[in-house]
Design a protein around this ligand. Structure first.
Ligand code: SF4
Ligand code: SF4
Length: 716
């Protein structure tokens, strides 16, 4: 297992991972192919119905682990298996080592068990004199190289055939060609002999069914069948989180598992084992079959109201396949045994916060994992919660505490921005960008040009503008500015006010509003996130508005969907939070669905435009059609590849991990530039900052604007 690391060491590892062109290309191909195959396979079934099925089954199981375990143990025992409950990894290892010793086991073949890796089972068996051979091809390669998996389903996908050929050459002491079919034959020859001679076989399990005492294993190689059938002794090791009550529930999980993980309708092999099967070597002609059900913190996690949903995971690997950060750096940099989004979380619970602290920061909060999760797990919310816990348990980093203190005090924050406007002058030289940032502040930020603070914040313009809105209008809008638009891009808010007043709205801009709180929430600063949320609830008297409109997708998603969770410990605010969140709406939805902006309102321009769909709009707010409909009416819209993939901004993420943010941006800009459009539109000032800054660095091919600016310009 990897030791805990300092942030600086972790940063260096990330740079090494980014420089590995084989891993980058492999992960990129997988990410692109996965999106297509997943979309195809789910286009003909009701995905949500199956995800909900998993959610309901797993949540029920969590509330009844004791009862379901008893049922499972009873039914499996009836069918000849011996079932053990191991409260800890140490207990599980002791049980399995004793089974090996009691049965004079010398050779163990083993496959498909991340759970055994979680508890470091192999060294425990080696300590009692067993030779242990991993039987899955990828796992065997990793065993030979003494490495941990890079993916839940494809453990060795980070290795090239050349690396595998070198490893096999060492093992066989014979130069092996880097030819995949030939390498498979080498593995087959060596492993077959081990399978035939193994005394004990060990596998993990994808499901265990309480009502029948059945263990289910899904694989794409036949090796699990050799491991489960040939040896005279067999052990299944499985976390209690894999238990479901009925066969129907297990079949539902199996139905989604391969579809979500690899885009296949089913894994090549699905093995169901109900009790001890026939085994001619043993005197009673039955296998010696033990099932070890592992707790190792799972029951405690099932009682944790904010994180328990992580136990719904069926280990499909989709949250890694879809993650823009995983796509850049791979699994070795995103978890210990379990990797990808769920790996960040399980590392905290199974391997300790010391190992989780840094990797937990390596999430940009794009929500892509949540959108595809087969267990309906809100992974980013759990990751954010764990960041807060780590800060509370071990203390916050200095920059995070400073940001928390500043954002908690609106007047201080806004004063600092006003001072910054003057302080930046020698660095902007009158341009809209900070051109000469001293090296000490640059820290890898040169992948994009950073914007200057505006000469006049929107709040200072508002005194004059408010007279232009009609206070007697039928639709009353409370405008939530957000820091970036108020102080960096006020022209976006000016454009929105023009659109709203043209369509007869009364607009108000409450001056006591502040940052939405997402940056501090992302940094795990729970108290500051609560303070800022409470300030905004007070600033907006929600009862006086029909809508609270924001042009920032991140603010919209945070205000609408996170305030209830953020303020859950303040029951006296519940009805105020409900009233506020119900009224929050993003610009494009408001323009399209409420103002009903149509072709009659707009002059269609010949300008060719492309679109970046902000993560917090398309997934956070589930808004996809509205901006594209507006674009189609206002200009000549050209769709880009991967429009809904993150641009790499992520607020403080791009400051903390600039090398990764820069690479994510590079990919995004390549896709957008390929459309040949002259203007890029988006719905979030953070994305404007990232994309405009990136374009500036690349030589300004695309003009980058907010949707409100296009709509305001094209109004008749
Ligand atoms: S968390 Fe969800 S997406 Fe990730 S492996 Fe588990 S079930 Fe699959
Ligand atoms: S929210 Fe995005 S960056 Fe974070 S783990 Fe999920 S997919 Fe990866």
């Amino acid at each position: 297992m990897q030791p805990p690391k300092k942030m600086a060491t972790y940063q260096e590892e990330l740079k090494t991972a980014l420089a590995d062109s084989f891993v980058r290309e492999t992960l990129d191909k997988i990410a692109v192919a996965y999106r297509t195959s997943r979309q195809r396979i789910f286009s003909v079934i009701n995905e949500q119905e199956h995800v909900t099925g998993n959610t309901v089954a797993k949540d029920y199981a969590m509330d009844h682990y004791d009862e379901l375990y008893e049922m499972f143990a009873r039914e499996a025992a009836k069918r000849g298996a011996v079932v053990h409950y191991a409260a800890t990894g140490a207990e599980a290892k002791a049980i399995i080592a004793k089974i090996a010793q009691d049965n004079n086991v010398k050779l163990v073949s083993k496959t498909k068990s991340l759970t055994s890796k979680e508890i470091l089972l192999n060294p425990a068996l080696e300590a009692v004199g067993c030779e242990v051979v991993e039987g899955d091809l990828g796992e065997w390669i990793l065993q030979l190289r003494d490495e941990y998996p890079g993916h839940l389903v494809l453990p060795a996908m980070h290795l090239s055939r050349y690396q595998v050929a070198d490893t096999f050459s060492d093992v066989t002491r014979f130069k092996q060609e880097a030819d995949i079919p030939k390498l498979c034959m080498v593995a087959r020859r060596v492993l077959r002999e081990k399978f035939f001679n193994a005394d004990m076989g060990i596998t993990g399990a994808n499901f265990i069914v309480a009502e029948t005492g059945t263990v289910g294993v899904c694989t794409n190689e036949g090796n699990a069948r050799l491991v489960t059938t040939l040896p005279r002794v067999q052990v299944s090791i499985v976390g209690i989180d894999k238990i479901v009550r009925t066969t129907r529930e297990a079949l539902n999980a199996q139905y989604v598992l391969a579809r979500n993980g690899t885009g296949q309708p089913i894994t090549s092999y699905v093995t169901w084992m109900s009790g001890a099967m026939e085994q001619l070597q043993n005197p009673d002609k039955k296998k010696i079959y033990h099932i070890v059900v592992l707790d190792n913190g799972r029951t405690a996690l099932s009682k944790d109201p904010l994180c328990r949903e992580a136990l719904r995971c069926i280990r499909c690997g989709a949250c890694a396949n879809i993650c823009p950060i995983y796509r850049m750096v791979g699994g070795q940099a995103m978890g210990h045994v379990y990797v990808g989004a769920i790996g960040l979380i399980l590392t905290y619970f199974f391997h300790g916060k010391d190992k989780a602290r840094n990797i937990m920061q390596n999430c940009i909060n794009c929500g892509a994992c949540k959108a595809v999760c087969a267990g309906g797990v809100n992974l980013p919310a759990v990751i954010t919660e764990l960041r807060a816990r780590i800060n509370e348990e071990e203390g916050s980093p200095v920059e995070s505490s400073l940001l928390a203190k500043t954002l908690s005090n609106r007047k201080l924050f806004h004063s600092m921005l006003r001072v910054g406007k003057w302080a930046q002058k020698p660095m902007t030289m009158g341009s809209p960008y900070i051109r000469h940032l001293p090296e000490v502040f640059l820290k890898g930020q040169d992948f994009r040009a950073l914007p200057a603070i505006a000469n006049t914040p929107f709040r200072d313009m508002w005194a004059k503008m408010k007279d232009t809105t009609n206070p007697k209008a039928l639709i009353k809008v409370g405008l939530f500015g957000g820091c970036a638009q108020d102080f960096i891009y006020p022209e976006q808010l000016v454009a929105a006010v023009k659109v709203f007043t043209a369509k007869g709205c009364a607009v108000d801009f409450p001056m006591a509003q502040s940052c939405c709180g997402l940056p501090v929430q992302m940094m795990g600063e729970r108290k500051a996130a609560e303070t800022v949320a409470k300030n905004n609830l007070l600033a907006f008297d929600a009862a006086t508005y029909d809508y609270i409109v924001t042009l920032c997708a991140s603010c919209a998603s945070h205000l609408k969907h996170s305030y209830a969770r953020t303020l859950r410990n303040y029951p006296e605010l519940t009805s105020k939070v409900e009233q506020f969140t119900q009224k929050v709406i993003d610009f494009s939805s408001f323009a399209s669905k409420v103002l009903k902006i149509s072709e009659a309102d707009l002059k269609k321009s010949n300008e060719s435009v492309c679109y970046h769909s902000p993560c917090h709009l398309c997934r956070g707010m589930e808004v996809t059609e509205e901006p594209r409909a507006l674009l189609g009416m206002a200009a000549n819209y050209k769709a880009a590849e991967e429009e809904d993939v993150c641009c790499g901004f992520g607020g403080s993420y791009s400051l903390k991990f600039p090398e990764i943010a820069g690479q994510v941006l590079e990919k995004k800009m390549t896709n957008l530039e390929a459309t040949g459009a002259s203007t890029l539109l988006t719905d979030c000032p953070g994305c404007v900052l990232q994309l405009r800054g990136g374009q500036e660095k690349r030589g300004k091919k695309l003009k980058v604007e907010h949707m409100a600016e296009l709509i305001a310009r094209q109004l008749k």
